[in-house]
Design a binder for this molecule. Structure first.
Ligand SMILES: NC(=O)c1ccc[n+]([C@@H]2O[C@H](COP(=O)([O-])OP(=O)(O)OC[C@H]3O[C@@H](n4cnc5c(N)ncnc54)[C@H](OP(=O)(O)O)[C@@H]3O)[C@@H](O)[C@H]2O)c1
Length: 334
């Protein structure tokens, strides 16, 4: 089978689609013929050596796939041949709070990932693909969508809530769709007027360009009559957190997800003075994925795909994601 591997060292020049022996099944596993995968910012960090500096080479990349069940192993009972499935980001997080073991079971870092034609996977780490979604659409769900869902539901987002989203990448656009599904209003920032206009067509209440208006925290407070937003979906990291803490209302919630704008020192004063709940988010459990899918089905939500590349052009797909020109998700199809 073909697999996308980071071969013997970090760097884009070291990723390649290579031949690997077809996998065999362990007990409780099913074999998935992958039809589409999606890229995440994490995959870029991983290849550059900034996510897991102790990565063991060679490693099959990727955390997000959708495909068909082609074989069912001993003791596996949940799926049958022909079922359309997508994988969980972590193979060891069924439900409840995250544990150390769950965090260590993430695919495509300490263990081989899913950017391969055939993937053997524990049946407890699979979900059925909603019927109205294509494989390409379903492949966008495991990381970005579940993360956005976990962030918003943990923050108790609902009718009357105003959520501030940063940028128009995979996590933020899912958060926009889910905010609406939960009855909340969404504000969004972007570096691009064109992307703000696209976000407006998806129903954002208001948007602001964070390049030309670096005081987007002040803007967000103005949009809420001076009080601040209820929830910030914080994907920037240290480069944006200080402003997020200013943008959120007293007693509000900041879901800490990403590191797009780098790492660095943070002054915790505002967190205590405004009694802000700062909640780290690490994707989500199998149960969260199932709950999210029920809402995707009920509201007929379709993931926003920016572009689909053939698997053979993986290098170009990675470069496209790195350029930051995308809106929503970047997908590779088999
Ligand atoms: N903790 C978790 O479980 C988890 C899960 C998924 C992702 N993440 C992290 O969350 C972040 C977003 O992931 P993603 O997959 O959505 O990435 P992505 O699709 O690559 O999103 C990139 C977009 O983010 C926006 N952006 C970049 N710098 C920004 C800044 N300083 N302020 C505001 N927006 C900025 C840009 O949007 P515009 O072009 O519109 O400006 C850019 O196009 C990454 O750091 C990723 O590692 C964490």
């Amino acid at each position: 089978m073909k697999a996308l591997v980071v071969q013997s060292a970090f760097g884009f020049e070291n990723i390649a689609v290579v031949d690997r022996p077809d996998p065999t099944l362990g007990p409780g596993q099913v074999l998935v013929r992958v039809r589409a995968v999606s890229l995440n910012f994490r995959d870029l960090l991983l290849v550059k050596g900034q996510y897991n500096p102790r990565l063991q080479f060679p490693r099959i990349l990727g955390s997000d796939a959708a495909g068909e069940v082609v074989e069912v192993g001993d003791g596996a009972t949940r799926f049958k041949v022909g079922d359309r499935v997508a994988n969980c980001f972590m193979t060891g997080w069924s439900e409840g709070p995250i544990t150390d073991a769950a965090a260590k079971s993430a695919l495509g870092s300490d263990r081989d990932g899913v950017f391969a034609e055939l993937v053997p996977i524990d049946e407890r780490a699979l979900v059925n693909v909603p019927e109205h979604l294509t494989f390409e659409e379903a492949a966008t769900l495991p990381c970005a969508a579940v993360t956005a869902w976990n962030a918003l539901t943990t923050a108790e987002t609902g009718p009357g809530t105003t959520v501030l989203l940063q940028g128009t990448g995979g996590v933020s656009i899912f958060a926009l769709q889910f905010a609406h599904a939960l009855g909340a209003k969404a504000l969004i920032t972007s570096s691009s007027e064109e992307k703000l206009a696209r976000a407006a067509t998806l129903g954002v209440t208001a948007g602001v360009n964070y390049r030309t208006n670096p005081d987007w925290d002040k803007w967000a407070r103005q949009q809420t009559g001076g009080s601040g937003v209820d929830v910030v979906v914080e994907v920037g990291g240290a480069g944006t957190l200080e402003r997020s803490l200013k943008a959120v209302r007293t007693g509000g919630h900041v879901a800490l997800i990403g590191v797009l704008a780098g790492t660095g020192a943070i002054n915790p004063m505002m967190i205590l003075m405004k009694a802000i709940r700062v909640q780290g988010v690490f994707v989500g459990s199998h149960a969260m994925f199932e709950e999210m899918n029920r809402v995707i089905v009920e509201k007929r939500i379709r993931p926003m795909i920016d572009r689909v590349f053939p698997f053979a052009e993986a290098g170009a797909a990675f470069k496209h994601l790195e350029s930051g020109s995308h809106f929503g998700k970047v997908v590779m199809s088999f």
